[in-house]
Design a protein around this ligand. Sequence first.
Ligand code: ZN
Ligand code: ZN
Length: 268
Amino acid sequence: MGSSLQPMLIDSHCHLDPAYLPAGPGDVLTRARAAGVGLFVCIGVGRDLGAARAAVALAGARKEVFATVGVHPHDAATTDERGFEEIARLAREPRVVAIGEIGLDYHYDHSPRDVQKAVFRRMIALAREAGKPIVIHTRSAPADTLAILEEEDARDVGGIIHCFSEDRAFAERALALDFDLSFSGILTFKNAHAIREAARFAPADRILVETDSPFLAPVPLRGKTCEPAYIVHTARCLAELRGQPFDEVARQTTANAAKRLGLPLQSD
Ligand SMILES: [Zn+2]
Ligand SMILES: [Zn+2]
């Protein structure tokens, strides 16, 4: 996959479900392929199970797409037992490569914090059962996120801190717990000093890139509706910050995502 001119990139975290793309992801995926994105991890979370079902269906229909399923902290309080059962069933699907995004969000507090914590723990247990890594969403809750990962022995499952937006101290603890750091368009924002510092120091074999599309378009497209093609700008920024050639960062982040999530890297 990808041309010989430029190594392919993996968008390790994008939302492609009908809630965001009512006309389907076809055009968005075509533009991303043209920009050098070879594989996509479609995140199956949402207010109901539609996003999880859609992510699994898309991954079944397209060889370049893989899926995750989970319960986002926003939806922790509205997911019922039947919902949890279906997530557990979908988690075993072969093209589901991780459980997520799961975690804590104390910025929006869409679900009560005690419910968020309980569901986060439950999702870590599900990942252990399914034998799959986890994709962590954490916002304004660094201490509780790390405490739960430690208490639940999450290093057994490992995973990814998605849309890394904490500081170097958090990064060091997350890395020690076997979590890789995935950088989104926020990395390109000039005032993201702590995130940029973490991106500079992080070990080369522990960094990933993602768009989190349709959110967080990188500079110079900031403010637009994000799509996976835009990941090139984030990868370029990461290379500049680290003082490495773009191709080297592209190859490394792709290898890291593939290793963490068990994605195939053979050519077309
Ligand atoms: Zn998130
Ligand atoms: Zn997301």
